[in-house]
Design a binder for this molecule. Structure first.
Ligand code: BG6
Length: 470
């Protein structure tokens, strides 16, 4: 629907940017920190590891000052679990604890609201070694214990905690890599959902802060208007989105999906008390990351099994993972729009996603990731002319405003990423930030921070509360 007049962004709207500890901090073995699973994972050839990152651990004051200059109202960052509790579930490391006090205090100095992710892909390696990761229930207690430390330390100065970043992506991609068999993947997922519910309940018990999940959520389009494809889109929506948000908000699994799990013999084992614990944890809001919508078609059991096996054989894991025999498989969206820099762009998909989330859960929403990853060019006079990024963000912010006019309660927009950092699988060459960091994959250079064109543009957006997008 097109409007003649759009509602303004609400007063106090949280404009800002996001990051995660392991992708920017560096100092991977300093001050008592022990390795996390991301430090030991195989790094794609030709890309950097995470040992130095952008040295944010040592330069956070300079980075926060730049964010303040941009007019940020919030900064989303994550706490490194193995910096706070190097043994995963043992003694607390006071130096690690102090570090995040310093980061939070520095944000407050400039009136920037810290939005704190408790867990962003970086399970302590020792827990992976000891328990085999989330497939073991003991990880639940370890996580809750770690959250208790965070709530005790930071609960009085942080208003917004996020539980687990992109649990759905972790389960779908890493789960497949780590466990291989489906039953274990859904079991690990069940444990993470329980850990999250317990952490939310504990947060409410110990603090006045608000807390919510942070999955990667996206609308799913049917490839055609055939009834079978429409059903497939509903089914994929359960897999991709509802499997993670229904338990968080309602304390229940989507019924049809549970039936599919049971039918295939891969349903997670649910112990007495699990569903009560799940119901006991309530989010105050939903944070979500959005990069683009999905598109699916129906696939029969027989065809699906064949395509899945072929994809795995060819090491085409994306197709392999997103093919659910007898249910749905991912396909290319023939209506997708690609920008000149080769990235899919679907701002209407963001509006659809916002509407679906709001109409389904009626909880306040905050976008904790959305952005444009491109190999930026630094000119000789130290400028980065990233008009493509400005264009990308402008279109998505406009979609947010339309959704607000539709009635959606959106309270923040925190694109990925505040500054350049290391991508999950494409090194530093693929950059998302407003602030350029002068380093290459293997040449660390001087790591100078340089304001991109988008820095100045976003400053106007923050100052005008989204009224000036030109
Ligand atoms: C999200 C993650 O999936 O996407 C971030 O939460 C990640 O950690 C971001 O960096 C962008 O993806 P990538 O693979 O380009 O770094």
């Amino acid at each position: 629907m097109d409007y003649r007049t759009l509602k303004p962004f609400p007063e106090g709207f949280l404009w800002g940017g996001s990051s995660s500890a392991y992708q920017c901090e560096g100092a991977w073995d300093e001050d008592g920190r022990t390795p996390a699973v991301c430090d030991t994972a195989e790094i794609p050839e030709g890309t950097t590891d995470y040992k130095v990152g952008i040295d944010h651990y040592h330069r956070f004051k300079e980075d926060i000052a730049l964010m303040a200059e941009m007019g940020f109202k919030e900064f989303r960052f994550s706490i490194s679990w193995s910096r706070i509790i190097p043994t995963g579930d043992g003694e607390v490391n006071p130096i690690g604890v102090q570090h995040y006090h310093d980061v939070i205090d520095e944000c407050h100095k400039y009136g920037i609201e810290p939005v704190v992710t408790l867990y962003h892909f970086d399970l302590p390696q020792c827990l992976q070694d000891r328990y085999g990761g989330w497939a073991d229930r003991q990880c639940i207690d370890a996580f809750v214990n770690y959250c208790r430390v965070c709530f005790k330390e930071y609960g009085s100065k942080v208003k917004y905690f996020l539980t687990i970043n992109e649990q759905n992506m972790m389960v779908i991609y890493q789960g497949y890599r780590d466990y291989g068999d489906e039953k274990t993947i859904w079991q690990a997922n069940h444990h993470m959902l329980l850990a999250q519910a317990k952490a939310m309940a504990l947060c409410h018990e110990m603090t006045d802060a608000k807390i919510g999940p942070a999955p990667n959520i996206t609308a799913i389009y049917p490839a055609t208007s055939s009834p079978a494809d429409n059903l497939a889109a509903m089914d994929m929506d359960q897999f991709r989105n509802r499997l993670f948000l229904d338990p968080a908000v309602f304390g229940t699994y989507p019924e049809a999906l549970m039936q599919w799990f049971t039918d295939r013999g891969v349903a997670p084992e649910i112990l007495d008390g699990d569903m009560e614990a799940m119901k006991n944890g309530h989010p105050d809001f939903i944070a979500f990351n959005y990069y683009g919508a999905g598109c699916v078609r129906y696939v029969s059991t027989e065809e699906g099994e064949k395509l899945k096996a072929e994809a795995v054989e060819k090491k085409d894991f994306m197709t392999g993972l997103m093919t659910y025999p007898g249910l749905a498989m991912n396909v290319k969206n023939t209506n997708a729009v690609y920008t000149s820099y080769g990235m899919g762009i679907d701002p209407i998909g963001l509006r659809v996603t916002l509407r679906q989330l709001w109409e389904r859960y009626h909880l306040p929403l905050i976008i904790t990731e959305n952005g444009c990853g491109v190999p930026d060019t630094l000119t000789e006079d130290e400028k980065v002319h990233d008009d493509y990024r400005i264009d990308y963000l402008r279109q998505h912010i406009k979609a947010c405003q339309e959704a607000i006019t539709d009635g959606v309660e959106l309270f923040g927009y925190s694109p990925w990423s505040a500054f350049d950092l290391i991508s999950t699988h494409q090194g530093i060459t693929k950059r998302y930030g407003f602030i350029y960091v002068n380093r290459d994959e293997f040449d660390l250079k001087d790591m100078k921070r340089i304001r991109k064109d988008s820095f100045y543009w976003f400053r106007k957006v923050c100052e005008s509360n989204g009224a000036d997008l030109d």
